[in-house]
Design a protein around this ligand. Structure first.
Ligand code: CA
Length: 358
């Protein structure tokens, strides 16, 4: 007993001696939009925190708080702006009510694929526009992990024509919701926790979520059999937000460490989600052989494209910055798409042809 006390006292004095060092420790908090267990969306913040701790020898600690803790999933930007949290992890397009130009840093209907968009972010003007658009919020925005091309959603009935969209009740957020609304879709916004029941009971006719990896956790494959391919979120990028004042105060080595770790954690989410989707689709296909993967008929796709162009034109007419980014984004996509076609599309197409003629 006495020995324990002596040991404790010794430990305490060692801790005291170490205190000038530990005073230099940086302790940050990060709030994320998701529950902290919702992988792969919750993976980048967790990986960032682990990397920062390791790389800084325990001197830079980031405490991650999920939605279950802060209860403000759509308050992330405000909380990072106000400094309650030094960092956030969310989706840029959630802030389109504050500034429509935030949508460019997530994804847009008929926009770039992940490789094209990453090229635009890091080697085109993407990061430059992130800085400009987020400057007024006093935060820095960084890419925060990609879901890859999202599926167009689960439908209870087959969509055979544009007329089938009229009056259809669908959960589809963001710009894509505005596009669908132009075609007569009754766009609804239902909390994530109620979506399965709403689709099962026919309160809604269709919904879009992400792709097999995340959709299987929601169970949509049990209650709808038409699984449409995507057009509306071809490369949804999450975001890391960093309070400017907090970032600017960091020693240079920690700024570099943080940016490097964010990039690594983001890329890893893209890989993780790809793997989860491949696994989940193999399982869905086996367990629910009735599921039909469909692409929308050409006239429906043409109507969606036309409505998307109208939505873009509407914002561009009102907002010069929107027009500037739209023009830059469109020009970059045109250039990058040629390479995507040459390198990926034709490879996939010829491989597929070989497979079917074997
Ligand atoms: Ca989605």
């Amino acid at each position: 007993m006495r020995m324990t006390k002596v040991l404790l006292a010794a430990a305490a004095s060692v801790a005291l001696l170490a205190s000038p060092l530990s005073a230099k420790k940086i302790k940050w908090k990060l709030a994320e939009t998701w529950p902290s267990t919702l992988t792969p969306l919750a993976s980048p913040p967790a990986k960032l925190a682990a990397l920062m701790k390791e790389m800084s020898d325990g001197e830079f600690i980031i405490k991650v708080e999920g939605k279950e803790k802060h209860k403000a999933p759509l308050g992330i930007l405000d909380m990072v702006k106000g400094g309650q949290y030094q960092m956030g992890h969310s989706g840029s397009y959630y802030w389109k009510g504050k500034d429509i130009n935030t949508v460019w840093f997530t994804t847009v209907p008929f926009g770039m694929t992940p490789s094209e968009q990453y090229a635009w972010f890091y080697y085109g003007n993407g990061i430059k526009y992130m800085k400009e658009v987020y400057d007024k919020f006093g935060v820095y925005n960084y890419p925060g992990g990609n879901t890859g091309n999202q599926m167009g959603g689960w439908f209870r009935k087959e969509i055979k024509s544009v007329a089938d969209l009229k009056g259809l009740k669908m959960r589809i957020p963001g710009l894509a919701g505005e596009v669908m609304a132009k075609l007569g879709v009754n766009v609804t916004n239902i909390p994530a926790g109620e979506l399965y029941t709403a689709l099962d009971r026919g309160t809604i006719d269709a919904l879009e979520w992400v792709g097999p990896g995340m959709d299987i956790k929601m169970g949509f494959n049990k209650v709808a059999k038409y699984y449409y391919t995507g057009w509306h979120e071809p490369a949804s990028e999450m975001q890391f937000l960093v309070n400017k004042k907090a970032y600017d105060k960091l020693p240079k080595k920690y700024q570099v460490m943080l940016e490097t770790a964010m990039k690594a954690a983001s890329m890893d989410m893209y890989i993780e989600n790809f793997a989860q989707s491949a696994d989940a689709w193999a399982k869905m296909k086996k367990d629910y052989p009735d599921i039909q993967v469909k692409t929308f008929p050409k006239p429906v796709m043409q109507a969606l494209k036309k409505a998307s162009d109208d939505v873009y034109a509407g914002y561009a007419a009102k907002n010069p910055k929107f027009k500037e980014i739209l023009d830059d984004y469109t020009a970059y996509m045109k250039k990058a798409r040629e390479w995507s076609m040459m390198s990926q599309y034709y490879y996939l197409q010829t491989s597929k042809e070989l497979e079917s003629t074997k």
